[in-house]
Design a protein around this ligand. Sequence first.
Ligand code: KIV
Ligand code: ZN
Length: 554
Amino acid sequence: MKNYQKYQRGYFMPPCESNRWVKKEYIDKAPVWCSVDLRDGNQALIIPMSLEEKLEFFDLLVKVGFKEIEVGFPAASDTEYEFLRALIEQDRIPDDVTVQVLTQARPHIIEKTFAALEGCKSAVVHLYNSTSLAQREQVFKKPMAEIKALAVEGAEMLRDFAEKTPGNFRFEYSPESFTGTEVEFALDVCNAVIDIWKPTAERPVIINLPATVEMSLPHVYASQIEYISDRLHCRGNVQVSLHPHNDRGTGVADAELGLLAGADRIEGTLFGNGERTGNVDIITLAMNMYCHGVDPGLDFSDMPSIQEVYERVTRMHVYERQPYAGALVFAAFSGSHQDAIAKGMHYREDHDPEHWNVPYLPIDPSDVGRMYEADVIRINSQSGKGGIGYLLEQQFGIDMPPKMREDFGYLIKGISDHEHRELQPKEIYEVFCREYVNVLEPCRVDSVKFTERGGMFAEVGLKVNGVSHPATAVGTGRLDAVSNAIKDSTGIHYTLVNYTEHAMTKGSTSDAMAYVGIINGSGKIVWGAGRHNDIITASVNALVSAINRRDRVE
Ligand code: KIV
Ligand code: ZN
């Protein structure tokens, strides 16, 4: 790691201060979104998409709400040419969607591009050439003036071809490798192109400033965008577009700060697929706006099916921690997070169902088609009583007393720790039932008769190891009377300290669930639960379960 010195390369800060964007707090309106999945994304795939796969992806992008979609570089490959022809000839481009095609500034390429567009009602033709210092010196070996001339000639050719081709064409220009270009030179080239295209309100021009390779901190990129945006000719009829890649892992920050700095449009891809570390992820950008209360104008409410199509046709995998979409991004394993989420969800239900401010969940998972049950509270050895109790309550209608949740929490953590794996809700429920509910050996109560005799008098049909032990006693209430009868008859010592019950609310059941806590001979609290459609039987079973479990807690 001593080689860092060889990376003292520059990036290009604007020649004067450009930082008004710093003072803005959030992006208050959605930009024009342009998907480049089918071009930039596709060219970065190990196996590029087939025609059928591209058509499916195109339909998905339309469904999500993209109004501008770059569909390829039709002059560069037969598949891309055929794809554009299929879209046009099969009439698959909705009237409110504009396709975009990429081209270099060479006459035969531009000619083939316009041929591919024949019959297309409207399109953006996207011209690019690299303007960076490194490419001028090493690749083209040409001075600035010749690089600018290439852009100007390309712009003229586009203008002339568009004039003789029927259809509604708009133009886009990208000084490719913009982030490696001196800012004033990039501005000069862009203005020269604008001067040729002469944008109008009806036919605005797009100037796309790509972070082809991310080279600087995002605030430098934003300052470059502000500097250029302030100085472009005909700015009112020019859309400033951003096209961040993600080499430094800050593509989203580039796009967000760039929008604050005055950009109007974003080019990116779903899940950030694209060259090297990818293009900027439009899902993250859109959802970041969404959770600031701003309508992003794209619909990600069914993220699982968007992900399914994306993974199938690109053969890529959406990372488990991918913002808003990954399998684990709403999951809470840790006890303290689970506890806060459970309390937050209850608070929201009771106090403010209109708003979302639940701790640890930046958005409501259901807004992107995810389920609380499967995605949020996940149980492993890191989990705690709050989450485990909440899960049983939400999914199985079991509302244990707080102290019992603690007991069960330790039990579940122990199993997960021992088996070194996550436990599924059904398994947790089964452990609960097996461990606490209707534990009727060695003691069981087959019948009870109550009468009022200066207190509650109980005649209990008690069996211990299958042998009858008829028992009677008086108590302050029914359960107390049964408890006294069992103690007198068996000589077992314990103190009944906790009793609660509720109707089961989940599933088509009219059962009641009762919970009993007793203090055993070692002074420890032991829990039992009883389930039955008769509430008295449920509570007696809960007591008997606790008694039968008394030696399990030392
Ligand atoms: O990353 C880039 O610069 C590009 C251009 C063609 C816009 O993809
Ligand atoms: Zn790109």
